[in-house]
Design a protein around this ligand. Structure first.
Ligand SMILES: [Zn+2]
Length: 196
């Protein structure tokens, strides 16, 4: 946590929000506001609130919160490259960059497959099939895999802008896959008695 104080801060109307920096649900009364002038009138149309927990600023206008709340949850025991890319994907969703997030999900799936022994330079569908065939995807996840195949193709061959829901769908699947492949096996190794 940061030490120190922001200066020239104002008291604002209290606002509850999920902080995009620390992920906590917070209430804040501290920050700044923007008064927009219209012909014959003026009103407050934007705010910056300081999170009381992590002290980072969040911008609000009448329709958005920046940074927003990242999709998905953190996963433990990931190899560094996979962890970095997964966190980058989550960050992209907090900036409403959903198409970038979905495209990077393709890249992440390919990375996981190669890390688990698939050949390099295959195409996307082959990597997805590799994960499914080698039991890296949980049983009954075939409908998910099909949806990912379809979504990957859509995003690459036509420029189709992805929505928050599209990103949510594929990131939830990836999160489950990452837990299944890396987090749970990691926990078993930690807890099993050593054989000596
Ligand atoms: Zn915070």
């Amino acid at each position: 946590m940061k030490r120190g104080e922001w200066n020239n801060i104002s008291k604002l109307e209290p606002r509850n929000f999920v902080c995009g920096h620390c992920g906590r649900e917070v209430g804040s009364v501290e920050g700044w506001f923007f008064t927009q002038r219209f012909p014959g009138s003026s009103r407050v149309t934007a705010w910056i609130y300081i999170c009381p927990i992590c002290k980072n600023p969040t911008f609000f206008d009448e329709r958005s919160q920046i940074p927003g709340v990242a999709v998905g949850r953190a996963v433990e025991n990931l190899p560094k490259e996979i962890s970095d890319l997964y966190e980058e994907i989550r960050k992209a969703t907090s900036q409403e960059a959903y198409t970038a997030a979905v495209l990077s999900c393709r890249k992440l799936l390919m990375h996981i497959a190669v890390e688990k022994g698939a050949e390099k330079n295959l195409n996307f569908i082959d990597y997805v099939d590799y994960l499914a065939k080698n039991h890296y995807a949980p049983p009954n996840s075939e409908p998910w895999i099909d949806r990912i195949r379809q979504m990957g193709n859509e995003a690459n061959h036509e420029i189709k802008i992805m929505s928050r829901n599209d990103a949510l769908e594929i990131i939830n699947f990836l999160e489950m896959l990452l837990k299944f492949i890396y987090e749970f096996p990691g926990k078993v190794n930690l807890n099993s008695p050593s054989v000596e």
